[in-house]
Design a protein. Structure first.
Length: 130
């Protein structure tokens, strides 16, 4: 026997939709990460989460600030230098998860030296075998 009333169902849907800023940051970080090097703009994230949480009555003012926090405060997202148009035709910066960030030359050199030290091979032996 189903004891859930319509009121109970609405209350549950509301509590699922009412997320804290920290919960939104976690969800958004996961969304951007799963998009890999393609990344995302806030408008794309908004459309995605509207399909997942239709009862949440989301606006760009929920998503964009969390993306900015993840970029500037938590350093989990970075701009990849690209721009994409929103549905309204405005250009927006594309962000990617830091796991997909290209290494700078200094980081790549440092990483290659670390890799060489780990394998016991000199850089010459690694790149010029034989």
């Amino acid at each position: 026997m189903n004891t859930n009333t319509a009121h109970d169902c609405r209350a549950q849907a509301y509590s699922e939709a009412k997320k804290t800023a920290a919960e939104w940051r976690e969800l958004i970080e996961g969304y951007v990460r799963q998009r890999g090097r393609y990344g995302a703009i806030a408008d794309e994230a908004l459309q995605y989460f509207k399909t997942i949480y239709p009862q949440a009555q989301l606006t760009i003012n929920t998503i964009a600030p969390r993306m900015t926090e993840l970029e500037n405060t938590y350093m989990r997202l970075v701009r990849n230098g690209e721009r994409r148009n929103t549905r309204q035709g405005s250009g927006a910066h594309v962000v990617i998860h830091v796991d997909f960030q290209e290494r700078t030359t200094g980081q790549a050199i440092q990483a290659s030296l670390f890799d060489a030290a780990e394998t016991g091979l000199s850089n010459e032996a690694r790149y010029f075998p034989g």
